[in-house]
Design a protein around this ligand. Structure first.
Ligand code: AMP
Ligand code: GLY
Length: 446
C-alpha cells in the first residue's frame, strides 16, 4: 500500500467550483499537507495554489497529471468526473483517490440505480416509478397524485427535478426528458424540512460530518426554479437528537455494505439528502460528492485536519482516523449568483469589493464561477459566482455577518437569497414528531 509519512502529503483537487475552493482552503490549513494543486480551479483557487488547465472529466488526463505531480492523494470534487471514471483511472495508476469509481458513482448519476440500491439495502425513501414514455409518466403521476415530483434520471446539476402541483407542467418535464433520449423517475411528494448529511466512506467504514441545510430554489421563500443551491448553514439546532446516528445505521452503512457486496465499494462522500417527513425520515436522493454550497459552511467549522481524513478514507483506513472536532460557532454561506441564473447566466462582469469582505471578522469569500480577465481582474464566469461564508456565535450572528459581507460584493445584475437560515434563526422550523421516530428502535447490523 501507498504509505505516506505525515507532513508530506501532496494533494491534487479536481474541479472548478466553490466546493473545491473550500476543500483547497481546508487542505492548506492541515499541517499534514505539504502541497496542494488544483485542476482546473477558478480565480479564487489560483490565488492559493498552482492550477492546471486540463479537462477534469478526462480520466487519462487527470491520472497523468496526478502522476506527473507525484501527488499522494487526489480529491475529486464534482459528480461529472466521477461518473466519467476519473477515480478509477487514478486508482489504477496506484494513487489513492477520494471519490467513488464510475460504477459506485451511479448512485448519483442514475436515480433509478439509486432507488434499486435503496430497495436492496432497506433504506427508507420515497416510493417511486421509472417512466420512459408519456403513457407510463401519466400513469405514475396519477398513482402518486399532486404535488408531483418528476426527476430526470441522469445528471442535471441539481436542476433536473420538477416539483409542482400542475400536472401539465409535470408531464411537460417528463416529455422534455424523453425528447432528450432519457427516462424519468416519478415519486411521491415528501413533506417536511430537508437535511444534507455528508458521510465519509472508505469502502467499509462510515463517518458522518455535521448536518447542514441547503436552499435549492432561486428565490426567497423557496420560490422559483431549482438551482445547484443558493446558500447553506450548519449545524442544525432543530434537528432531532440521534438523527445522524440513525441515518448512519439505517441509510449510510447499509448502502456502503450493499455497494461492497456488489464488488463496487463506495469510497468518497455519500451525500444523503433527507426529508424529515410526517411519516418518518426519508432519503430524497444520494449524491456521490460533497454538496455545494453546504461544503463551504461545513468545512468552515471542521477542526480535524481534512487532508489526513480524506487520505484515510482513500486508503480504507477511516476506522483509524482522528475523531472529528468542530468549532462551536455556526456557519452560514450565502451564494451570490449572476443575473439570469439558473436559466442563462450572464458572465464576464467585473466583481468588486471582495477585499473589503475578507476584512470583516469571521468572514471569507469562496469563489465558484470566477475567472481572471485579460487585465488580471476577477470576473464572473458562471451561474453561481461566489459564496460569502461567515462564522458567528449563533445562527443570528452568523447570518448578520454573512449578509454584511454580501452587501459589499459588487457585481452587476447579481442576485442572492435574503432568507438563508432565516426560518431556523427565528425558530420556525417544525420537525414532524414522527420524523425520526420511524428510525428509532430499528437495529441494523453494519
Ligand atoms: P434532487 O435532485 O433529487 O435532490 O431534488 C432536488 C430538490 O427537489 C430536493 O432538494 C427537494 O427540494 C426536491 N425534491 C426532490 N424529491 C422530492 C420529493 N420526493 N418530494 C418533495 N420534494 C422533492
Ligand atoms: N447543494 C446541493 C448539491 O450540491 O447537490
Amino acid at each position: 500500500m501507498h504509505k505516506v509519512p505525515l507532513e508530506t502529503v501532496k494533494v491534487l483537487v479536481i474541479g472548478p467550483g466553490g466546493r473545491e475552493h473550500a476543500i483547497v482552503r481546508s487542505l492548506l490549513a492541515d499541517p499534514n499537507v505539504s502541497e496542494v494543486h488544483a485542476a482546473p480551479g477558478n480565480a479564487g483557487i489560483s490565488k492559493l495554489v498552482p492550477t492546471h488547465k486540463i479537462n477534469a472529466n478526462d480520466p487519462d488526463a487527470v491520472a497523468a497529471l496526478a502522476a506527473k505531480l507525484t501527488v499522494d492523494l487526489v480529491v475529486v470534487g464534482p459528480e461529472a468526473p466521477l461518473a466519467a471514471g476519473v477515480a478509477d483511472a487514478v486508482r489504477e495508476a496506484g494513487i489513492p483517490v477520494f471519490g467513488p469509481g464510475k460504477a459506485a458513482a451511479q448512485l448519483e448519476a442514475s436515480k433509478a440505480f439509486a432507488k434499486e440500491i435503496m430497495a436492496e439495502a432497506g433504506v427508507p425513501t420515497a416510493m417511486a416509478m421509472v417512466a420512459a414514455s408519456t403513457e407510463e409518466a401519466e400513469s405514475a403521476l396519477d398513482t402518486f397524485g399532486a404535488p408531483y415530483v418528476v426527476k430526470d434520471d441522469g445528471l442535471a446539476a441539481g436542476k433536473g427535478v420538477v416539483v409542482t402541483k400542475d400536472r401539465a407542467e409535470a408531464l411537460a418535464h417528463a416529455r422534455s426528458c424523453f425528447d432528450a433520449g432519457g427516462s424519468v423517475v416519478i415519486e411521491e411528494f415528501l413533506d417536511g424540512p430537508e437535511v444534507s448529511l455528508f458521510v465519509l466512506c472508505d469502502g467499509r467504514n462510515t463517518v458522518a460530518l455535521s448536518p447542514a441545510q441547503d436552499f435549492k430554489r432561486i428565490y426567497d421563500n423557496d420560490e422559483g426554479p431549482n438551482t445547484g443551491g443558493m446558500g447553506a448553514y450548519t449545524p442544525l439546532e432543530w434537528a432531532p437528537p440521534g438523527l445522524v446516528q440513525e441515518v448512519i445505521e439505517r441509510v449510510a452503512q447499509p448502502t456502503v455494505n450493499e455497494m461492497a457486496r456488489r464488488g463496487t465499494p463506495f469510497v468518497g462522500v455519500l451525500f444523503v439528502g433527507l426529508a424529515l417527513t410526517s411519516r418518518g425520515t426519508r432519503v430524497i436522493e444520494f449524491n456521490v460528492r460533497f454538496g455545494d454550497p453546504e461544503t463551504q459552511a461545513v468545512l468552515a467549522r471542521l477542526k480535524t485536519p481534512l487532508g489526513a481524513l480524506l487520505l484515510a478514507a482513500a486508503k480504507g483506513e477511516l476506522d483509524k482516523a482522528e475523531e472529528l472536532r468542530w468549532a462551536k460557532e455556526t456557519a452560514v454561506a450565502v451564494v451570490v449568483a449572476s443575473e439570469n441564473y439558473p436559466d442563462a447566466p450572464r458572465t464576464g462582469d467585473r466583481i468588486r469589493g471582495l477585499k473589503k469582505v475578507e476584512e470583516l471578522e469571521g468572514v471569507h469569500v469562496i469563489h465558484a464561477g470566477t475567472a481572471f480577465d485579460e487585465e488580471g481582474k476577477v470576473v464572473s464566469a458562471g451561474g453561481r459566482v461566489l459564496a460569502v461564508v461567515a462564522l458567528g456565535t449563533d445562527l443570528v450572528d452568523a447570518r448578520e455577518k454573512a449578509y454584511d459581507g454580501v452587501e459589499l460584493v459588487q457585481l452587476e445584475g447579481s442576485q442572492f437569497r435574503t432568507d438563508i437560515g432565516g426560518k431556523a434563526a427565528r425558530g420556525e422550523i417544525k420537525v414532524p414528531s414522527t420524523a425520526s421516530a420511524s428510525l428509532h428502535g430499528t437495529k441494523t447490523k453494519a
